[in-house]
Design a protein. Structure first.
Length: 759
């Protein structure tokens, strides 16, 4: 049975401290005493002295963008626990060494500091950091040809991008979308062409030969592990996100570019897949001779260049440039399906042909593809180079242009349908390398790695950004030799990095709906999982909600455990024992009539009931904040049940997906099936719409059997029992989202919204 958990729901916290009282910010003196240049011009270190470091919660630096910049400021927040763990603060010393990265080179950078204290107070300071020049004789990252400058439109979801190249001694690099170089690897290697890299846990993982390194953003380099004893000769191409760790593509003593391994962040091997053996097994079982297709090293018969994990069906999707995209069962290693050009050599073998997905009408299958990934709507996203096989014969179709493409895969009909592309009028020939990745829904970074191919003496690499409306936000061009300058590029979020990183867990919830007595109360359920207790804040707002008519005048809340026993309740937040801490954390409700509590809960199941005092009814907002996101426990199995009306009285839920990582979620809106649980007046025909943090509708469902992810919903045991109920699976990048549940044709009644995170 797959492990499932609900994802948290969104609420926004602002730090606040009451006026008229002495605060830790008032009582603590912090001075900036010195600054030291780092290993590259993009990194520096500030020396701070605090009169008392024990009262500090965190320190944030923010680099002011250059005049005319459109990007959000590069910023990072370090918790004091992190600084102590890394040795940047060593109690009882009052000295703190603060790493600052992402500086502009050859520039006097304005840097703001924000000190946040344990009582919720804060104060700021500022300094300037002058940096040296960065010599870039080969890659020209600082001197692109601007095909289109970054527009003043700020709807693009990302402002920074990591570019993997091999033209200099400092790959990978980070550029901002104004085209400024903001970070480079301090490895100083000239073997980048034989290396792979990826960004995980706020650090760059980088390989040389069989060895894996971790490069911190402050420039610190740590050797993680070497895998020569496993027969690994070299790692190549990408490091991609796996099920629980990182997916690396390797050359072994026996196979060239057809071996995949998953490791955790500490370098421990979790799982391996030998594609030569997997395909050999398929061909032998089907009566074919694998020696006519699978070859030993050094023959490049497969050319694996990307791997991605699909959490919805527990599969690994492997890109073989020579042949196809192949889906492999994560646990068993069995081949599930193949998507590719059926005029290539692989399709001449019946054992492989029987795994082939057929292309729907008006669908071009990928050929010579790179950079497979799962898009927000559970489609397969990749960069289709248009290149035929260079070893296998027959080589298949050769197109003279490249394009990003998305495919919806329907296993019930054995078809793949192209649902999106960006063909640029079929004008760009980029036959090798390159990538496309989606950041927030429908926001893309496209890397045309070899424009002109080998048919021109002056090939270029091009980086292009698209926002959710399909508008080009920037477009830059760089000289290249082969794929050297930018063989793979992806968005990174340097505008608000946190140390330590909060991994792919959900943070906080909000549910807005009509609150009334009896069955019409607003009910939220959740489970605290793990080994430690979890500190949370719970609030119910009514009078302080602005812009709404008919808000709940006097809400109350009650918290019950799994046995139905009352854990605690509250009517007016100032009467709760945690009132002072709620105030210090900026979580004091805006009205004294609103309830709030601050419990520390042991692992187990809990139910929060929000209601109005006596017979009071109206629109209310339930909020749940995780105040211990770094503990060995999480909040899971979140659901919200309430009255679904029309207009302002629809049921609205907000949720956050992690801080940096994506999550695959199942969203369900139930109504008719609630009658079997004794709920009267249930919603007869629920529907939901999902919005991103900019208010753009990115997904919707009415009847779950109409969803393109229907089979995966069933496979995960989450199929609703009534066809009128809604359900779908989304693969959502980190960020804030909201779900609006309503009734079809204005129907009203009690509905249940559930948001599961697939583990």
């Amino acid at each position: 049975m797959r492990t499932l958990s609900f994802i948290f729901l969104l609420a926004i916290t602002n730090l606040f401290c009451p006026r008229g009282q002495a605060t830790q910010a008032d009582d603590t003196t912090i001075t900036i005493d010195a600054q030291t240049a780092g290993v590259t011009p993009f990194i520096a270190q500030l020396t701070l002295t605090a009169s008392d470091t024990t009262v500090l919660r965190s320190i944030q630096f923010t680099i002011t963008p250059k005049p005319g910049s459109v990007t959000r400021p590069l910023s990072a927040t370090y918790s004091m626990d992190f600084l102590i763990e890394r040795g940047y603060s060593v109690p009882p010393s009052n000295q703190i060494f603060l790493p600052v990265y992402g500086l502009y080179h050859s520039y006097t950078n304005d840097v703001a500091l924000t000190y946040v204290f344990l009582d919720g107070s804060s104060k700021g300071d500022s300094t300037t950091i002058a940096t040296g020049s960065f010599v870039d004789p080969e890659c020209s990252y600082e001197n692109p040809t601007v095909l289109q400058a970054r527009t003043t439109d700020t709807t693009l979801s990302y402002d920074y991008m990591m570019v993997r190249g091999a033209c200099g001694d400092f790959s990978p690099v980070v550029l901002d979308t104004d085209s400024n170089l903001r970070w480079s690897s301090p490895m100083g290697t000239s073997t980048a062409l034989l290396a792979s890299s990826g960004f995980f846990d706020n650090a760059v993982y980088f390989t040389q030969g069989p060895t894996l390194y971790r490069i911190e953003l402050d420039g610190t380099i740590t050797t993680i592990a070497s895998y020569g004893d496993l027969g690994i000769v070299n790692f190549h191409h990408n490091i991609d996100e796996g099920k629980v760790g990182m997916l690396l593509e390797a050359d072994t003593t026996t196979q060239f570019e057809s071996f995949v391994m998953e490791i955790d962040l500490a370098g421990n091997v979790i799982k391996t897949w030998d594609l030569a053996q997997i395909i050999t097994d398929v061909m032998v079982a089907g009566g074919d001779d694998p020696s006519q297709f699978v070859y030993p090293s050094p023959t490049d018969w497969f050319h694996n260049n990307a791997v991605t994990y699909n959490r919805a069906d527990d599969s690994v999707l492997v890109s073989s440039r020579e042949n196809f995209v192949i889906a492999i069962d994560y646990e068993t290693g069995a081949a599930r399906w193949i998507l590719g050009d059926q005029t290539k050599h692989w399709y001449e073998f019946s054992s492989l042909a029987q795994l082939a997905l057929n292309a729907a009408p008006n669908t071009l299958v990928p050929i010579g593809q790179h950079a497979t990934s799962i898009a927000f709507d559970q489609t397969l996203l990749l960069f289709d180079n248009g290149m035929s096989s260079t070893f296998q014969v027959p080589p298949g179709v050769l197109r003279d242009y490249a394009s990003p493409r998305k495919y919806s895969v329907a296993l019930d009909t054995n078809t793949a349908t192209e649902v999106w592309n960006f063909e640029m009028n079929q004008s760009i020939n980029s036959p090798f390398c390159g990538s496309v990745y989606e950041d927030a829904p429908l926001n893309y970074l496209v890397d045309y790695a070899l424009v002109g191919g080998f048919t021109t003496q002056t090939p270029t690499a091009q980086l292009l950004g698209l926002d959710a409306t399909g508008k080009t936000i920037f477009y830059y061009e760089y000289p290249t030799v082969g794929c050297d300058t930018a063989y793979n590029s992806g968005p990174v979020h340097f505008e608000n990095t946190r140390f330590p990183a909060i991994t792919a867990q959900a943070l906080n919830l909000s549910t807005r709906g009509l609150i009334a007595p009896g069955d019409d109360a607003l009910i939220a359920g959740f489970i605290v999982t793990g080994t430690e207790s979890k500190k949370i804040a719970l609030r119910v707002l009514g009078p302080s909600l602005s812009g709404l008519s008919g808000t709940l005048a006097d809400p109350t809340l009650s918290l019950f455990d799994s046995s139905g026993a009352l854990v605690t309740s509250n009517d007016d937040w100032e009467s709760d024992p945690g009132a002072a801490e709620l105030t210090a954390d900026g979580l004091a409700p805006g009205s004294t009539a609103e309830p709030a509590i601050l419990p520390t809960l042991s692992p187990g199941a809990y139910t929060l009931v929000a209601s109005g005092k006596d017979t009071d009814s109206g629109i209310g907002l339930v909020e749940m904040y995780d105040l211990s996101a770094l503990s060995d426990s999480t909040m899971a199995n979140i659901s919200a049940r309430g009255q679904v009306g029309t207009g302002d009285q629809v049921l609205i839920n907000g949720f956050i997906v992690g801080d940096v990582s994506s999550a695959t979620v199942v969203i369900r809106a139930l109504g008719p099936s609630l009658a079997s649980f004794g709920v009267s007046s249930s919603l007869s025909d629920p529907t939901f719409t999902v919005f991103d943090q900019n208010g753009l509708a990115i997904a919707a469902n009415d009847n779950w059997q109409d969803s393109t992810t229907m089979s995966d919903v069933e496979a995960n045991g989450l199929a609703p029992t009534d066809p009128a109920e809604a359900a779908s699976i989304l693969h959502l990048p980190a960020g804030g989202y909201s779900v609006v549940v309503s009734g079809v044709d204005g129907a009203t009644g009690i509905g249940l919204l559930e948001i599961y995170k697939l583990e």
